[in-house]
Design a protein around this ligand. Structure first.
Ligand code: SAH
Ligand code: DHB
Ligand code: MG
Length: 252
């Protein structure tokens, strides 16, 4: 497993967690895809997933605002919605909002009086997401907390909020282990935890491919596999977002 196929195009970005000034959270931006994966995903999206117009406009709004195309694929977003629905979740916690695409899907799976708290470091992203969520008619369910997620999570605990039923982790991968630990603290027993980007183009087996992000993902998978309070699995995916996947755990 080596060579250019798995290499990432990176641009240097600022660290999005002020506690870790040495880190460089940079987007891979260019997912490594194959034409067949894209064609099949387009077929599935049209034939099965049926994203509504507001979801399609949200993706476009992010592109127009110059944000990286790193939202979940439509079929993965729909899975998040269905998982929220079948789990009967009333309170969802998301770490990493971007333009609110995954947020919109999960909010669609919530009852009308359900609540979703989503954590986003960048004000610009939060502003785009707020507009998208309001335009989609789910804004009343969603609170966006702007700032380093670790601060927002500590604040949620300090406020003594009701436990969450469903947690979606999708922000800076270096903090995946910290986010998992927060999910266990803030989630109720029986809650679902989903961790995005669990395969990272295969870098889970070859961390040198991405020394910034891969170690955090690997540590998070190892923790999911051994934590006494978690029962977990991992699914590999291919499509418009390249070769990736997500991990799922239930809090015991
Ligand atoms: N869940 C979104 C995609 C999130 S992309 C979707 O599928 O539609 C990751 C997001 O996490 C980016 O918007 C980035 O700004 C944010 N982020 C990165 N580091 C963060 C941090 N330390 N705290 C909060 N948000 C962070
Ligand atoms: C990146 C982040 C994501 O959450 C994702 O799903 C894909 C890519 C990134 O930072 O490159
Ligand atoms: Mg992701």
């Amino acid at each position: 497993m080596s060579g250019t196929r798995y290499s990432r195009t990176r641009t240097a970005g600022g660290c999005l967690d002020p506690r870790r000034p040495a880190c460089q959270t940079v987007a891979m931006f260019e997912h490594k895809t194959e034409p067949g994966w894209i064609a099949v995903e387009e077929f599935l999206t049209g034939a099965v997933v049926h994203p509504d117009g507001s979801l399609e406009r949200a993706v476009q709004s992010a592109a127009d605002a110059g944000m990286p195309p790193i939202e979940v694929a439509p079929n993965a977003g729909k899975l998040l919605k269905l998982l929220v629905q079948v789990s009967g979740a009333r309170r969802v916690l998301e770490i990493g909002t971007l333009a609110g695409f995954s947020t919109m899907w999960m909010a669609q799976g919530l009852p009308d009086d359900g609540r979703l708290v989503t954590c986003e470091y960048l004000t610009k992203h939060a502003d785009v997401a707020r507009a998208n969520l309001d335009a989609a008619g789910v804004g009343h369910k969603v609170e966006i907390r702007v700032g380093a997620a670790l601060d927002s999570l500590a604040a949620l605990e300090a406020e003594g909020q009701e436990p969450f039923d469903f947690v979606f982790i999708d922000a800076d991968k270096e903090n995946d282990v910290n986010y998992l630990e927060w999910a266990i603290r803030l989630g109720r027993p029986g809650a679902t935890v989903i961790l995005d980007n669990a395969i990272w183009e295969g870098a889970v087996l070859e961390p040198a491919m991405d020394p910034v992000n891969a170690p955090g993902i690997i540590s998070a998978l190892e923790l999911m596999g051994r934590h006494p309070k978690l029962d977990a699995t991992v699914i590999q995916t291919v499509g418009s977002k390249g070769w990736d996947g997500f991990a799922m755990a239930v809090i015991r």
